[in-house]
Design a protein around this ligand. Structure first.
Ligand SMILES: [Zn+2]
Length: 313
């Protein structure tokens, strides 16, 4: 577990060095193409028929709505600068398997933290790492990077989910997690962002990723990561309740990403929200007309670092 002492020493060490240029990291396909929605009007379907017990359905829905709004309201110098419109829709049906169906789903996995549908490759594990808080699977076109669908699974098997701001009494170390913070991070993956550090062996194209400035992304295992890396909503892990709550508020780099990729245009209108179930429009056409453009999925994980370290002892 990262101690407070080591964190302070890290920050103090950075202060003596030139501050690194602000940066963010985009997800790329296996062809090395950055991913993005063609029209960033993203609706997540959220089934609240039987949520975990810590919050009621309205509480979870409000938290997810706030997480989406964080990205929609990205601003620089106090002025909104992104076309992202990220909304959450409550749906009655129990969320089912992850899949490329033009329905973006937010799914609580309460009865097993395992893949649904199971993997077709017998060499792939059926269940996820139990230290993973949540997993976002993004379906995108390999050669254009266009995102067509994104499904977000929340680990409600190994963790419970609460609101550390409105209900701080819900914090139980290594058990209850802050729902809004984690979901804000995952929504960043949904719009095409990757982590602000890199874990070797996890890139989709086998290459070491670079940030928007063309610089190699720092190694997540480095002991002296700068604060702008660890303080971003798109940092790879959380190790404390305050860190989880911190994910709710986008860092300047997170907002810069939303604004660079989906630059604000006052004339932009969401004609048909992406992932609303419509298979017409650009997404469906791209999929149908490019034989080699079969959507591929990328899986992105937020780890509960403290718990992971605890279990390795
Ligand atoms: Zn992540």
């Amino acid at each position: 577990m990262r101690t407070r002492t080591s964190l302070v020493m890290t920050v103090a060490g950075i202060a003596a060095l030139p501050m690194p240029a602000a940066a963010y990291v985009r997800t790329t396909t296996s062809a090395g193409v950055p991913t993005a929605w063609k029209a960033p009007c993203v609706t997540m379907e959220f089934s609240l028929g039987s949520p975990p017990l810590e919050l009621d359905a309205a509480g979870y829905f409000d938290a997810a709505t706030q997480a989406g709004a964080a990205w929609s309201q990205s601003s620089l110098d106090g002025v909104r600068c992104t076309n992202v419109i990220f909304t959450v829709e409550s749906v009655p049906a129990v969320a089912g398997p992850v899949g490329m169906d033009y329905h973006n789903r937010l799914i609580f996995r309460k009865n097993g933290w395992c893949r649904d549908p199971p993997p077709t490759d017998p060499n792939e594990p059926i269940c996820y790492d139990d230290s993973a808080l949540a997993i976002t699977t993004v379906f995108q076109l390999k050669n254009t990077g266009e995102i067509l669908d994104a499904d977000l699974e929340v680990n409600a098997t190994d963790f419970t989910w609460g609101d550390f701001v409105g209900h701080p009494e819900q914090f139980v170390p290594n058990n209850t997690q802050d729902f809004q913070g984690t979901i804000t991070h995952e929504f960043g993956h949904v719009i095409g962002l990757d982590h602000t550090c890199f874990t070797p062996g996890t890139s989709s194209d086998g290459l070491w990723p670079v940030d928007n400035n063309g610089n190699p992304v720092p190694d997540c295992s480095s002991t002296n990561l700068p604060d702008i890396v660890t303080g971003a909503t798109m940092y790879v892990s959380v190790d404390s309740p305050s860190a989880e709550v911190g994910l709710r508020s986008l860092s300047p780099d997170d907002m810069q990403a939303a604004c660079d990729i989906y630059t604000y245009d006052p004339n932009f209108v969401c004609l048909a929200p992406s992932g609303s179930g419509s298979t017409s429009g650009s997404g469906g056409c791209s999929y149908a007309t490019h034989p080699r453009g079969v959507p591929i999925s990328g899986v992105l994980v937020l780890l509960a670092l403290a718990l992971a370290l605890l279990r390795r002892r």
